[in-house]
Design a protein around this ligand. Structure first.
Ligand SMILES: Nc1ncnc2c1ncn2[C@@H]1O[C@H](COP(=O)(O)OP(=O)(O)OP(=O)(O)O)[C@@H](O)[C@H]1O
Ligand SMILES: [Mg+2]
Length: 301
């Protein structure tokens, strides 16, 4: 089915993922989260460590079973994806790029095996065609055929992540959940990898859910941004609008903490302080979760 640009490729409705950590304690990692992602859009998710970004990403990939709520991929409820062939089709369409390229690649497999493994599941290739396909994909991520017979430990962090990206692309996905894809990389190569992801999206018409804690990176790549706090969404907006006119005090505080490279501007920059530490997501309050740290909190919160 071809999708119209404003037709959602993914719809998340009231999604909750709770972890029961003792008989009395429930950790609400993701709590009543709803949003949509449209075809060929890049939606960024930002929020402090532990706010539930990866848990949300894992629910979308069916790596976690949600506690409550629904996820629809191209209008199909993931609860109805049951048979082997339905699951296979879903895995082909939705892929993930992981934060840690050191841990996400099998050290016993060559680059050709890592990148070719998924392709073999979906199509019968002759050995020559498979080689050609792997070489083509490696070319897309800035590597070449000399790398095919080498093992992942022989590569730098940046190259490992390129291999991880080639693996995700190998099955021809439409939606890719990128969970902090550049956080583990050296600063000098972060820009190369982010620019490559941007270019691949344009060339291949991909849709990304791009998780990061770095607001500048999210601003650079995203069309819309979701701000999460302690398992909940506090704000969703078009990137420019959200960065220029943040509505929620938490978004305002996060944005005011971004360092500005201009010494004159940074001296005038007014920070909105956030008080205290991130509270625990175990048995969180029913009130606004940000209230106890919010500079604008009132009785009604
Ligand atoms: N399998 C699990 N069992 C119990 N608690 C979990 C599990 N996975 C995640 N959590 C908890 O859920 C909360 C959200 O974790 P999550 O990894 O989704 O956060 P995050 O926003 O991705 O953080 P970071 O930016 O550090 O990657 C945390 O409090 C974490 O301890
Ligand atoms: Mg995470």
């Amino acid at each position: 089915m071809t999708l119209n640009k404003r037709e959602p490729i993914l719809k998340v409705d009231g999604l909750c993922k709770y972890f029961s950590i003792s008989s009395k304690e429930t950790l609400k990692a993701v709590d009543n989260v709803s949003f949509e992602i449209y075809k060929q859009e890049v939606v960024g998710i930002v929020g402090e460590s532990g706010c539930g970004k990866s848990t949300l990403g894992r629910c979308l990939l069916r790596l976690y079973e949600p506690t409550k709520g629904s996820i629809y991929y191209e209008n199909t409820n993931l609860k109805d994806v049951k048979t082997r062939s339905q699951k296979k089709e879903f895995c082909k369409n939705v892929q993930m790029i992981f934060q840690n390229p050191y841990a996400s690649l099998n050290p016993r497999m060559t680059v050709k095996e890592i990148v070719g493994e998924g392709m073999k599941l979906y199509q019968r290739y002759s050995p020559k065609d498979l080689d050609d396909k792997v070489i083509e994909l490696l070319g897309k991520v800035g590597m070449n055929k000399d790398h095919m017979s080498r093992f992942s430990h022989e590569f730098s962090g940046g190259q490992k992540q390129r291999i991880g990206i080639a693996r995700a692309l190998s099955v021809g996905p439409k939606l890719i959940v990128c969970d902090e894809p550049i956080s583990a990389l050296d600063v000098s190569i972060q820009a190369q990898v982010i620019n490559m992801l941007k270019k691949l999206r344009e060339e291949m018409g991909l849709t990304y859910l791009f998780i990061a804690h770095d607001l500048s990176v999210v601003k650079y790549i995203s069309d819309r941004v979701i701000v999460m706090y302690l398992g909940m969404i506090v704000e969703i907006g078009e990137t420019e609008e959200l960065y220029e006119h943040p509505a929620h005090p938490y978004t305002q505080a996060m944005l005011s903490a971004i360092p500005i490279a201009d010494p004159n501007r940074s001296r005038n920059q007014k920070g909105i302080p956030i008080i205290g530490e991130v509270p625990s997501p175990v048995n969180p309050p029913e009130t606004c979760r940000f209230a106890e740290r919010c500079p604008k909190a009132q009785e009604i919160c």
